[in-house]
Design a binder for this molecule. Structure first.
Ligand code: GLU
Length: 480
């Protein structure tokens, strides 16, 4: 069997981390079985759908690398097809026009609460229907069986079944002629030859209605896999309303697409104890059978940890590529006000850029962090005079020791500014003036990059190189 899966978002908002697995899992299932992944925009509700959301969906998938093999298809362009299937269902007696007004329906609903629609327009053998009112625009209803049950073997939830009498004759075409979700989704999944429907478990209640429609049309019912809910820290369903961030928010903050895919797939699916894996490994290992059936909690800290692991695993060239993508995808003012007028070429061609990246790679949790480091290492830091003064006044020997260091670095040939050599000089000055390493390193580091803690000073001197290191250390002269 050729696997054909789909992601079928309604464009009524941006894709967020609560619903992203409905895209990742069908994509990865298709990739793991040499199948086809389809994108279908479910914009049948024209009032709630909007272009901004469509753009957001396409951009989010493209950034994550979840490109569809087919589509996007748009439901709004398939009206004629839905009408055709509606006619077919009418012709075989599986659907009927219902002229009941909204007011009448409200009364019915109150009387037969939860018993489903069984109104006067439902055709039955020997029943005489009332005369058609001229002033009511009818809806088209699907004729559901009223006895028996409908069941399916869900790939995640196991056997799920519903009593047919709990289900009403649902509306397929509204009174304005527009088709409803349950109707479009089945016509689309049939026409698009979908073999696996993977979606959030908020659709479980729709599935029995949809299965009856497949059966009425004599079509094979696909495999359904309903994904358990993703919860926030408080145990509520993660949704836009309670603060779920959109995929593009994570892009902006500097998450790697592979980290987001790794973390979200691991949320509810597992391959032994593997926590960190590549997209290729996910494709190799993925199996619907290993998706857990219970709800899972989204943990932003864990996602950050996963992102850090992925950043650390990047080769230098892959890291630079990610930084370039990040640069082009985001608003420069968001990255930092200092980058408003910079170009990527200026950044990437900076003589210290590559060394800087390699040096801080193990310290960055997000891509954005690299640009903060760039500010300190490739540009000059902004020093706070009072702070520097306080550090220097702790011990009068600090200034003398730094002066000595400055002289020794100045005496070096440019290509001697390498690690063992620089480490020796620093250790020598510290011992010579009997300074504790911490007392010596803190002001030194502050002069070099405007930070008291963080990178080792010998590494910093090497990355800065002779001329720049001398320039920065010389700032000391202004303070004594
Ligand atoms: N359009 C539906 C939604 O965004 C998904 C429908 C489906 O996957 O069957 O929730």
């Amino acid at each position: 069997m050729t696997f054909r899966t789909r992601f079928a978002p309604s464009p009524t908002g941006s894709i967020h981390v609560g619903n992203l697995r409905s895209a990742i899992f069908p994509w990865v299932l298709a990739k793991s079985r040499a199948g086809t992944f389809i994108l279908r925009i479910e914009d049948s509700d024209s009032e709630r759908s909007n272009q901004e959301s469509i753009d957001n969906i396409i951009k989010s998938l493209s950034w994550l690398g979840l490109q569809p093999d087919e589509g996007p298809y748009f439901q709004s362009q398939r009206w004629v097809r839905y009408r055709e299937v509606a006619e077919e269902l009418l012709a075989i007696g599986a659907a009927y026009w219902c002229y009941q007004t909204k007011e009448e329906l409200d009364i019915l609903k109150n009387e037969f609460l939860n018993q489903g629609y069984n109104g006067q327009w439902r055709p039955m053998d020997g029943k005489i229907l009332p005369p058609i009112p001229l002033d009511v625009k009818p809806v088209l209803r699907f004729l559901m069986p009223q006895t028996g049950r409908v069941a399916w073997q869900d790939a995640v939830k196991g056997c799920v079944s519903f009593e047919n009498q709990e289900l009403d004759d649902w509306v397929m075409l509204r009174s304005d002629g527009t088709p409803t979700y349950n109707f479009c989704v089945v016509v689309d999944d049939i026409d698009m030859l979908i073999t696996h429907v993977i979606r959030g478990d908020d659709h479980v209640n729709n599935t029995p209605k949809q299965i009856h429609l497949y059966q009425a049309l004599s079509k094979t019912v696909p495999t359904f896999a309903h994904l358990p809910t993703v919860l926030d820290g408080q145990g509520n369903k993660l949704s836009k309303r309670n603060g779920a961030k959109s995929v593009l928010d994570y892009r902006q903050e500097g998450y790697l697409p592979q980290a987001l895919i790794n973390y979200l797939s691991r949320l509810g699916w597992s391959h032994g104890d593997d926590e960190i894996f590549t997209v290729e490994q996910l494709i190799d290992w993925f199996d619907l059978a290993h998706i857990g059936a219970s709800a899972t909690k989204f943990d932003e800290q864990k996602l950050l940890w996963v992102n850090t692991q992925h950043i650390q695993k990047l080769s230098l060239s892959a890291l630079v590529q990610q930084l370039e993508n990040y640069w082009h995808n985001n608003d420069k003012a968001y990255i930092s006000q200092n980058f408003r007028t910079s170009t990527w070429e200026e950044i990437a061609n900076h003589p210290r850029f590559l060394k800087m990246c390699a040096l801080v790679q193990t310290r960055c949790t997000k891509l954005r962090d690299f640009f903060d480091w760039y500010d300190k290492i490739c540009r000059r830091p902004n020093l706070n005079q009072q702070e520097l003064q306080d550090m220097l006044s702790k011990d009068s020997r600090i200034v003398v020791a730094i002066d000595d260091l400055l002289l020794r670095v100045s005496d070096l040939h440019a290509d001697q500014v390498e690690l063992p050599h620089i480490t020796d000089i620093i250790t020598h000055c510290q011992r010579e003036y009997a300074l504790k390493m911490a007392h010596f390193a803190v002001p030194l580091r502050y002069l070099l990059i405007g930070e008291k803690q963080s990178l080792a000073v010998d590494d910093l001197l090497v990355v800065l190189g002779k001329t720049e290191a001398i320039q920065r250390l010389s700032a000391l002269k202004d303070y004594h």
